[in-house]
Design a protein around this ligand. Sequence first.
Ligand code: ZN
Ligand code: ZN
Length: 289
Amino acid sequence: MNKRTKIALLSLPALLCFALIGLSACSHTHSYEVSATKAATCTEEGMTAYTCTGCGESYSETLPALGHDYVGGACARCGLAEIPEGYSVGLDYELLSNGSYALVGIGNFAGEALVLSPSYRGAAVTEIGEGALSGSAIVSAVLPDSVRTIGKNAFSGCASLSSVTLPQSLASLGESAFANCSALEEIALPDTLTSLGEGSFRFAALRELSLPHGVQEIPAELVAWSRIERLFLPASVEKVGADAFQGCGGTLQNVYFAGTEAMWKDIEGLYMSGLFSSVTVHFEADALP
Ligand SMILES: [Zn+2]
Ligand SMILES: [Zn+2]
């Protein structure tokens, strides 16, 4: 049988239909029944397929993913935890407009050693919000590299806080972020940090501090009334805010500056910074000795 004959034969019923009862009666009202289902899960779409019992034609509908249903720290449906294993739980978070999360409060976390999760409900934790942990009783804090911003007063008045590990991605430290942290004697600032807020370490117990390479402006009251003894300043510093070193006359003895003496003399605001003339400035220093 050649191809043309085959087509003619196949279309014969249709032709008969036209001839005998007209077009409208040939297309029947489909009678659909569910032929297959796949339930939606928290993260995956589901599907329902329908097939006509008369002609076998079928179609399918997509069921949207359900999303997690968090109750008491885990999804009631699939069991996924809000916080990955090994990180502190009970803290308060807030969803930001960019889809990431900010830590905004101590919540019911009662531990001494805070280890912040890099993610919450599957999204990155990118901020420590304004005043988030202010006045809390934490002794140590380890912050993940997902965090880029630490807000104003985030840790201020944490009187027991003696150890802080800052994110290696930190770009901005807010005003008074560690002010009045009276047990905080040391902190390492990452090189990504170029923006420091006023009084970030005011009344903290810091004994030494190295400002990251790239910092151009030392904010007002940066280490005012701290116990700072030794300070490293990068060659990028061009300006010092008022009272940056106010109240440090009794302890501050040595400043290690990466630039030359001429560059030092060009720094704007140096004489309003509270730096005593008894302080020894070491020029072209690489780091704190
Ligand atoms: Zn049908
Ligand atoms: Zn779930």
